[in-house]
Design a protein around this ligand. Sequence first.
Ligand code: PSU
Ligand code: MN
Length: 302
Amino acid sequence: MPNMIISEAVQDAMQSGRPIVALESTIFSNLGLPSPTNEEALTLTLGAVRSKGAEPAVTAVIDGHVRVGLDGEDYQRILGEAHKTAERDIPAAVSGRWPVGATTVSASLAIAAMAGIEVFATGGIGGVHRGSAETGDVSADLGAISRHPVVTVCAGAKAFLDIAGTLERLEMLSVPVVGYRTDEFPMFYARSSGLPVPLRLDSAEDVAHLAMERFAWNTGGVLLGVPIPEDDALSADEIQSGMSDALATAAREGITGAAVTPFVLAEISESLDGQNIPANLALSENNARVAAEVAVAIASMS
Ligand code: PSU
Ligand code: MN
């Protein structure tokens, strides 16, 4: 097993079989959300996990150490300047002693799986980018969701991605994609992408059952799409306008590789003039709550 520092609170939960929810750190860093919204998102997310009786385990690489579960000062470190750390970057972050490696979905899933944590919550996953036929740009999140035995709870994928292509790729990767109380794959700020999910489940217990069956095969994870709460959702039109500009700017400025997603996210926030912030907070909190309910259900079954 690689070296990892597991916080005391998370170790306690592991030893007593209490439910744990892993969380990524990229969304809470300057790569994901602007300050002070990022700190607010973190507080709401941690509170949501705890309110359901589960222990939050934020993943990160701090001073070259892989961390599972943070406290006090560590939280301040991930809220600031950070180096985006996907799964493939973990060895470089450790051997190169990166001060703050903010883990993406792929890195967080790798760390959660290694630590034996079965449920993970995020905001939106990465996916197949528009124009990927030319650029080849497909997020490492998809491969990680498929390989690691963890339930990923998300509000769908960002509207700037190729959602249909993302769902096709998830099928190719043999990922069970589940709509939580919905028949359609959610689209982050919007409740639906208009595209059907292959399976709908209506309770955390049902999701836990499915996850146990999936894990029994030892071949990978489950993706659970949870629509943003109705009151906080933006309309498809609102999202569309901000997005086209952002993609055009990224293309014009020749942004490639790991820089694409943070760049587009920042551009969209700017063009929506902060209208997306309440939505971002609401979906992060809601996903954390559902993830905790699933973790509680899994813990009660195992
Ligand atoms: N979607 C968001 N906010 C984010 C991300 C995605 O709405 O901060 C981050 C997540 O950490 C995700 C990563 O795992 O971007 C995907 O990056 P890429 O597209 O480069 O794989
Ligand atoms: Mn990419």
